[in-house]
Design a protein around this ligand. Sequence first.
Ligand SMILES: [Zn+2]
Length: 349
Amino acid sequence: MSELPAIDADYLLKFLVDLLNTPSPTGFAGKAIDAVDRAMQEFSFLSSTRTRKGALVTTWEGKNSDAPRGLTAHADTLGAMVKEIKPNGRLKLTRIGGYAWNTVEGEGCTVFSTRGKELRGSILLTKASGHVHGSKVNELKRDDDNMEVRLDARTVDADQTRDLGIQVGDFVAFDPRVEMTNGFIRSRHLDDKACIACILAAIKAMHAAGKEPAQRITFHISNYEEVGHGAASGFPNDLAELVTVDMAAIGDGQTSDEFHATLCVKDSGGPYHHGLNQKMRQLADEYKIPYKVDIYPYYGSDGEAFWRAGGDVAVSLIGPGVDASHNYERTHIDSLLATTQWIMAYLLN
Ligand SMILES: [Zn+2]
């Protein structure tokens, strides 16, 4: 059995918690991209640039460049935008990314005004009080019309809310509520910040062990994944392979869990590249990395975004198991360590 460099789990988790606490709904992910850029800059052998769309592209030259590789993970998350300022001063929202309203009902949120102000509030049903609305609190459909933001500011009409600086189009981020217990990490938006933390932990571990990638590697940290076109562009023209690192979906009928990494062989976009999948399985076997193989029923990835945009490369998808995805998510450190090991095995061979 081959040995992989030791992973600094404290570094992985500290970076992850900081990134989870950096709001980054799609379209407003700049602060999270900046945070990843700063972390990459800690390693002098990496060179970074931004795409015009705002993604971070970081290169590690490695030993060869006859079959250059890519690894992509996304820094943007689910979120919302102010759709209307209602006559009662509350905010109607439009969703960014694919999720059901009940998954954020009662959650705290921050509204980012275009003038730079941040206002706090919460996502509530329009008929929220059980003492006033009785059974309607159960029965009302959770849709755009029946959900609103209650701002923590004195406003009872639209003019007062406008006076707070809020406008249509302001971004809204949901509180991540990060908590770590018994090796579990519970938070919104582990998708896909957990995988960025794994990539950085892999870079740190390899560097500490004096190891270099076998091929030039492009780390692509995308900022529009949740709306389907994140990694459609931004790779070098000679790219040969792309491994997408994104969460595995756990639930009834799934093999994925919070203690393994998963190789996804098919999702809504169809099968991934069989040859590269075989290579990823062989690496996991060789290094005794705990992994599962799974199929995700309602799922798309940045690897597919690149394929759809015309990318002529082999594409695979690996990642840590995330329970209650696009909801109040949870994973375990074992899953993150397995994913980090798999990234290193891929880079080294
Ligand atoms: Zn994702």
